[in-house]
Design a protein around this ligand. Sequence first.
Ligand SMILES: Nc1ncnc2c1ncn2[C@@H]1O[C@H](COP(=O)(O)OP(=O)(O)OP(=O)(O)O)[C@@H](O)[C@H]1O
Ligand SMILES: [Mg+2]
Length: 470
Amino acid sequence: MARILVVDDEPRVLSAFQDLLDSGGHDVATAKAAETALKAIDSERFDLVVMDICLEGMDGLEALRRIKQHHPGLPVIVMTAHGTMQTAIEATKLGAFDYHLKPFDPAEMLGAIEKAIEGARLTRDQVVLDPGRTDGITGDAIIGNSSEMQQVYKSIGRVASTEATVLIRGESGTGKELVARAIHQHSRRAEQPLWVVNCVAIPDTLLESELFGFEPGAFTGATVQKVGKFEQANRGTILLDEIGDVSLGVQAKILRVLQERRFERLGGNETIHVDVRVLAATNRDLEHAIADGTFREDLYHRLNVVTIRIPPLRDRKDDVPRLVDYFLSRYAQELDTPKPPVASDALKLLRESPWPGNVRQLAHCVQRALIFTRGYPIQAADIPLEGKVADGLGSAVWTESLEDLVRRFVATYAGDHAHEHFMVHVEKSLIAEALRQTGRNQTRAARLLGLTRPTLHAKIQKHKLNPERR
Ligand SMILES: Nc1ncnc2c1ncn2[C@@H]1O[C@H](COP(=O)(O)OP(=O)(O)OP(=O)(O)O)[C@@H](O)[C@H]1O
Ligand SMILES: [Mg+2]
C-alpha cells in the first residue's frame, strides 16, 4: 500500500482518483491547490504525487520545481488537458516521472502509478550488502560472503563515490541490477532517481526515442515532442541494462553521450547537454561480440572504465546456504508461515546444483520448496529441481511454470482441502508468484490465475500483497 497525494482543482477528478486508488489498495490524500500540496509534502511522507499542471494560484510547473528541489526522490506524475502538451514536456524535463493527457484511461493510469511507486522504491530502499544475519532484513540485500562476493563489495565501495562509468557483468540472475542500485545509492547522486532502461528486445527506433526523445515529425506518428531518458535522468544515474543487445547504430549514439555528455533528440537540431552517470549491465560476452563485429570496440572501452564481474553461483557454492537461509526468511515472512529448517540432504542438493539461472533460480526454487513443505524440515524431495537429478546434478534445470505448479499442487494435495489455513497459504503463494512472473501486471496476473481483475485486487488486499515492504 502506498500513500499518494492527488492534486487537482476539480473535485470530480479528485473523487475519481479516490475510487481508482482505493481499488488498488492505496491510501489517498487530496489537495486542490499547489500551495496546500507543498505544505502536505513537507510535513508528511508520500510515495507518489499525481498532479494537474494547470492549477489556480501557483501553477503546477512551479510546484513541481519546488518538489524536485526539496524531495528529488519523490516521483511525480503530471496530468494535463490536451491544450497544454508543451507544459507536460516541460514537466518531464523538470523530472516528472510521466505525464498523462486528460481524460486518461484508468487502467493505464493505475499502471503508471504502480510503475512510479516501484521505481521510487528501487531507488530509495537501500540494498544491504551482506549483513551478518539473514533474517530480519526487510528490503533487498546482496547476500554472499564468499571471497568472490567480497571482491564485488569492495569494487562497489571503490567506484560508488566516483563519477566513473561502470560495466556490470555476469550471467543472468547473478544480481547485476542489485549491484547497480547499490552503486547509485552509495553515490553522490543517491538523492536523485536511478533510471533503468532495458535495452533488450526493443526495436531500434523505439529504443532511440526512449533514450534520446524526439521532435514532432521525426518519424511517422511523432506528433508531439518527447523527452528521452538521458534528459530526464539529468543529475541522476541511468542504468543501460542489457547493453550487449543494442544495435550498432544506437551504440554509436550512446558512445557520443558517454564522450561528450550531449545529444540531439530524434529529428531535432538543438544540442542537449546532460549531467548523467552511466551504469551498464550485460550478460553477453562482449569480447566475442567485438570479434564478431556486433559490438563497437570504442564503446566497450568507454563503458569498461571500471568493470564489476559477478561470478556465477556455481563458482561460489559457499554462498548457497546463506542465500537459502535468506530466501527462506524472506518468503516465510511474506507468506506468514514459520521458517522451516533445511535437511542436510536438501542443502547438499541445493549446493551441488549447477544453477544455470543463478540466484534468481535459487530464489524461485526455495520459494516453491517452502510452498510444498508441510512436514519439517525441507527435504531433498521437496526441492523442485527437474531433469536428471539422480545421476549427478549436471542437467538439473528448474522449468516449472505456474500452471505446472498448480497442477502438481492439486495432484499432491487432492482430498486434503479441509485444511483451510493451508489453502489460504497456498492461494497467497500462487498470487505472489503470479505477480512476480508478470512484473506485477495485475491484468496479466489475473489472466494467468484465471481470476477477474477485481477478484485479484480483493485477494491482493486480503493477503496484503501490495508492493510496499516496510
Ligand atoms: N547475491 C544476491 N543476494 C540476494 N538476492 C540476489 C542476489 N543476486 C541476485 N539476487 C536476486 O535474484 C534476482 C535476480 O537479480 P537481478 O535482477 O539483479 O539479476 P540480473 O543479473 O540483472 O539478471 P538478468 O541478466 O537476467 O537481468 C533478484 O530478485 C535479486 O534480488
Ligand atoms: Mg537484470
